[in-house]
Write a protein that binds this ligand. Structure first.
Ligand SMILES: [Zn+2]
Ligand SMILES: [Zn+2]
Length: 379
């Protein structure tokens, strides 16, 4: 519990070491900063990778970036409007971009906010014991200037909305990129990997982009994809090639989204894209074997390959609107998906369990054990 002056944070010291709950003074927001009380933080796969030592982050850190909270106070000059321009006040429920960017460096000026030279990424920063509040596994988070804050309505599930600022927004960026070349109802999409990102991609491809064919491939979770709008599923990559041929009349898919994070799925994505198709690689953030591409296969097929890492604030707004639309019964997406009309895709089912912050160790234990779903920590 927060006191008037202190709050808890779960300090990550390194792989194999227990998360340490520490109490520190609640900071006073400085110029441009916003202080937020955390309501819920979902434990993302990247948190689990860091926790298990599969990827390295500076330590000590406070993990957690899929966060829903409530504004506590603003520092001098902090924008009292959210990313949509709506008034923002203490007590408002919010989520925010995974990172804050400066808005001035060459990458920010070119719309690559997530690659800002002065990026502050929540749940990924080295912290001190005096001021650990830079990640979601804590009772408060201090938001830097340049964070895209999006107001949320009351009454929607915090666990579901916490997905917005990582998996849903990343998928929003991936599909925005995938459909940039061609966007009309009835296109064919392949989703490689049916974890939280992949299931979200199936749902968004159907609802927001009105895709006609959505093929999901996943060794374990292909069937779950049917509940999230996939029209066809399979469990291996050979089957994927066959299924792509039969469902697209031999043409191939307009958009192939690689979300499984393996070189094999990336290779398969390239193989099943149609002439003039777009392959979006968004799943691979850890080292793999090289992806070998014969240049003429890109040239002759007019292929576009796009890497997508994180997202910009507009994608978070897309993500929030999408999840709110699904929570409201799938009404607000535009696309019109026959069999799911009147019922939102079951995003609440992606939250496998909820733990209080004091039981964060148990939350991680279960998180490692429930691939394809999230564990939420309620702060
Ligand atoms: Zn910048
Ligand atoms: Zn994440």
């Amino acid at each position: 519990m927060t006191t008037d002056t202190t709050a808890l944070a779960a300090l990550f010291l390194g792989p194999g070491q227990p998360l340490e709950l520490i109490r520190a003074a609640i900071p006073t927001p400085g110029a441009g900063e916003t202080l937020v009380r955390v309501e819920c933080c979902a434990v993302c796969s990247s948190d689990l990778h860091t926790h298990a030592g599969r990827r390295a982050e500076p330590t000590p850190t406070v993990l957690g970036h899929e966060i829903v909270g409530r504004v506590m106070s603003f520092g001098p000059g902090a924008q009292a409007v959210d990313a949509r321009g709506d008034a923002l006040a203490a007590g408002d429920r919010v989520t925010w971009t995974v990172a804050a960017s400066c808005g001035k460096c060459v990458n920010c000026r070119d719309g690559l906010d997530q690659k800002c030279a002065a990026l502050v990424k929540y749940g990924h920063e080295r912290v001190s014991r005096d001021m650990p509040f830079r990640g979601g596994l804590a009772e408060v988070v201090l938001l830097s200037a340049g964070t895209g804050i999006v107001k949320l309505p009351e009454g929607v599930d915090a666990g579901v909305m916490a997905l917005a600022n990582c998996s849903t927004a990343t998928v929003a960026a991936a599909l925005r990129t995938g459909f940039a070349r061609r966007n009309r109802p009835g296109l064919a999409v392949a989703v490689l990997g049916a974890g939280v990102l992949g299931l979200t991609a199936c749902a968004m491809a159907r609802r927001k982009y009105a895709a006609g064919v959505v093929i999901a491939v996943d060794r374990d979770a292909a069937r779950a994809a049917m509940d999230f709008g996939a029209t066809h599923t399979c469990t291996d990559l050979l089957e994927l090639e066959t299924l792509t041929k039969t469902t697209t009349g031999g043409v191939g898919v307009d958009v192939a989204a690689e979300l499984a994070g393996t070189v094999h799925t990336a290779r398969a994505a390239l193989a099943i894209a149609r002439t003039g198709g777009t392959v979006v690689l968004a799943g691979t953030t850890l080292p793999t074997d090289p992806l070998i591409i014969e240049p003429q296969s890109l040239v002759r097929r007019l292929l576009r390959i796009e890497g997508v890492h994180n997202y910009v604030t507009a994608d978070l707004i897309t993500a929030v609107d999408f999840l709110l639309g699904e929570a409201a019964g799938g009404a607000a997406g535009g696309g019109g998906v026959g069999e799911t009309e009147g019922a939102g895709f079951p995003f609440a089912s992606l939250i496998a369990a909820r733990y209080p912050l004091e039981e964060v160790a148990a939350a991680f234990a279960q998180g490692h054990d429930c691939a394809g779903r999230r564990v939420a920590v309620m702060c």
